[in-house]
Design a protein around this ligand. Structure first.
Ligand SMILES: NC(=O)C1=CN([C@@H]2O[C@H](COP(=O)(O)OP(=O)(O)OC[C@H]3O[C@@H](n4cnc5c(N)ncnc54)[C@H](O)[C@@H]3O)[C@@H](O)[C@H]2O)C=CC1
Ligand SMILES: C[N+](C)(C)CC(=O)CC(=O)[O-]
Length: 484
């Protein structure tokens, strides 16, 4: 089992410890803070609840965590050392000196947010082993680690470090030219300084600034970065058009940070050329589709959490739910869910795996239950619908990227029973039908009971309207039954 030593077990050291442990490494932490063990325990509990949810493969057995009494004890026999002490250069120098007394040839990544590797290496016994490995909080979830070597670094050691970071699920971004605050923190710092001006000048509150980020460009940045986003914003003509349109802003007072590069053809060609090399293999339409697919995934996740832009989606749903019940019930199957076949839904036969048809049906029926008021508040009150029986007919194949619609027809309903017929459709093609019997239950008693009148008042008009629909062909089918 490999061993990582974490020197400094605060916010970032705790995150590194969790990432290594959950990826199967033994971890030894040294931090003189008497609270370090408790703090790391809490970070680890959060990481255990979060990181496995990102994986479709079972996680390796967790490594062993130990707390060393001295720095020398922590680093002994380690394959990798991550320094995460406070952002003070003289403290980092002292820590490196102590580490290299006993482990001069072991890789030492520093979490420093801003010091250059050449600064970290000053006075070191073996500068070649010291480099920046700058992570992002929470370290156990965010993949980026900026790996910054200096001219004194050993290239082979840097490649080994990048491989270790990949092994624990990170994305090592090799920063080729050392600079204060590396790459990402320079952006964070620029945005931060601009935000401080806006607040100080009374232009916006901290909340308004956060809304400006999380309701708009923050979502775009999170899935496409800066240049790819602006390339798409240039329309069919791409980056050159974008720059022609917005280049003049560089000399307008659009920012307090007025030290800007001269806007000339050389700059345009530099940026546009790099943008072509980065993204020119996709058409703008392809990039739009990639962007939209990514945004749908984000927004669905945010909606699940009822957070940020996801809260807006839920509020919008609620408004539409009220409007829906105010109108007369329609006599057509209800379109209750839209989804896209994701990579993790595909099986070894190259099409959507069977369990995802049930998932798609349950997305559809859950949305219907929310529609009739059997929502999470109703469940919190101790009542719910449970599925008693399901019959799936596989009628077609859904493949990666297909957009699917879940429609629901009520076959029958009374105060305790809800018999539904769900079609999972790709356009007009029904790829599966899912017939279900749901029973209304008192969750505490573990028995069926009549649904609340607030639910029945919404359900029964829909059931009455659907009674006029033709009975679906697949309804009531049993396994093995031949159609006459
Ligand atoms: N907080 C953040 O958002 C990020 C911080 N960083 C960087 O990570 C490093 C650590 O920052 P945080 O974890 O936020 O600080 P922190 O204040 O939460 O933790 C620093 C820890 O270092 C310990 N420490 C101090 N002297 C020590 C010594 N001689 N030996 C061992 N441990 C010692 C302290 O007791 C403390 O627990 C800094 O270089 C910072 O710039 C990097 C990315 C993000
Ligand atoms: C504010 N900060 C400079 C410490 C931020 C970072 O270094 C990275 C992060 O996680 O935001």
């Amino acid at each position: 089992m490999k061993k990582a030593a974490i020197i400094g077990g605060g916010v970032i050291g705790g995150g590194w410890a969790a990432r290594f442990l959950l990826n199967g490494w033994n971890v030894s932490v040294f931090d003189p803070d008497p609270e370090a063990e408790r703090k790391i325990g809490e970070v680890l509990a959060n990481a255990r609840a979060a990181l496995p949810a990102l994986s479709d493969i079972p996680m390796p057995p967790e490594g062993e965590l130990s707390f060393a009494q001295s720095l020398t004890e922590a680093v002994e026999g380690s394959d990798y050392i991550q320094e995460s002490v406070s952002e003070r250069l003289e403290l980092k120098h002292r820590v490196f000196a102590q580490i290299q007394q006993s482990c001069p040839d072991t890789l030492i990544g520093s979490s420093t947010s801003g010091f250059k590797p050449s600064q970290l290496q000053e006075g070191a016994a073996n500068p070649a082993m010291i480099f920046v490995a700058h992570p992002f909080n929470p370290v156990y979830l965010l993949p980026l680690a900026e790996v910054v070597p200096s001219a004194a670094s050993d290239p082979e050691a840097i490649e080994r470090a990048k491989e270790i970071l990949r092994e624990i699920g990170m994305f090592p971004l090799h920063v080729r030219k050392e600079i204060d605050a590396h790459i990402a923190d320079r952006f964070l710092e620029a945005v931060w300084r601009e935000a401080l001006w806006l607040v100080k000048d009374g232009v916006a509150t901290t909340e308004e600034i956060d809304e400006a980020i999380r309701m708009g460009f923050g979502l775009r940045w999170g899935q496409m970065g800066l240049f790819e986003t602006y390339r798409v914003a240039g329309g069919e003509a791409g980056m050159k058009h974008f720059m022609a349109q917005f280049g003049p802003c560089l000399s307008w007072p659009w920012t307090k940070l007025m030290d800007v590069p001269e806007f000339n053809d050389e700059l345009v060609d530099l940026i546009a050329g790099q943008s072509d090399a980065q993204s020119g293999h996709h058409t703008i339409r392809e990039l739009e589709r990639i962007r939209d697919g990514n945004l749908i995934g984000f927004l669905r996740a945010l909606k699940e959490r009822n957070w940020g832009a996801g809260k807006v989606l839920r509020e919008h749903d609620e408004r539409r739910r009220v409007a829906f019940h105010a109108a007369p019930a329609s006599g057509a199957p209800l379109v209750m869910a839209e989804m896209q076949v994701l990579p993790g839904w595909i099986d070894y036969n190259g099409h959507m795996t069977e369990s995802r048809y049930l998932f798609a049906a349950s997305e559809t029926s859950d949305a219907f239950l929310r529609l009739i008021g059997a929502d999470m508040d109703y469940v919190a009150g101790g009542f719910s619908y449970y599925t008693a029986e399901t019959h799936i007919l596989h009628l077609g194949e859904a493949k990666l990227g297909h957009r699917l619609t879940g429609t629901l027809q009520v076959l029958a309903a009374d105060d305790k029973r809800l018999h539904v017929f769900i079609r999972i459709q790709r356009g007009a093609e029904v790829v599966a039908s899912v017939e279900q019997m749901l029973l209304h239950v008192d969750m505490q008693a573990g028995k069926t009971c009549p649904a609340a009148s607030s639910v029945l008042d919404r359900l029964m008009p829909i059931a009455a309207a659907h009674a006029a629909l033709p009975r679906p062909d697949g309804a009531g089918r049993a396994v093995g039954q031949r159609k006459s």
